[in-house]
Ligand binder design. Sequence first.
Ligand code: ADP
Length: 173
Amino acid sequence: MNKIQIIQGDITAGRVDAIVNAANTTLLGGGGVDGAIHRAAGPELFRACLKFNGCPTGEARITPGFQLPANYVIHTPGPIWRGGQFQEAPLLAACYRNSLRLADQSQCQTVDFPSISTGVYAFPLEQAAQIALQTLETELQMTLFVHRVRIVGYDAHTTEVYQTCLNRMISSD
Ligand code: ADP
């Protein structure tokens, strides 16, 4: 739990080994955090993503960070919330698990995540926070390189929901 922090800010500003992008399955950019990351990284990121021919929901792919301060971008398409009966929860857990494993395989020590799927994809925020933090906590017991993960909330409410969830996990430890 002491490896996880919650901060508020713009994920594109992070001076970390890798930032995670809440992408879509085309990996060719979109709105929200995806658009912000592509704008900040420059057009080379789009060209690098073209080579993947897309990515299934819950999996992850890695590219350089190009013009970003981060060395790498890990792209993971989150699930679109469709009421909760379409594997949304395990798919969201897979996004965090596969992204963290890929970061570790690439010898990253510090990784920043956005709140995957809780924007346009409408995953309920409290449930998403619980899945994100529980999955990261479990996976961080097995990483060889990653020793600090931050969830970067963009707005105050998102940041607060993740912080409250983390505090609850710490106090029930
Ligand atoms: P999704 O399609 O997975 O729901 P969105 O980009 O719509 O992805 O939203 C995911 C989260 O990322 C939302 O909480 C949104 O406010 C946040 N977000 C948007 N821009 C940024 C940014 N530059 N840095 C960090 N988080 C961001």
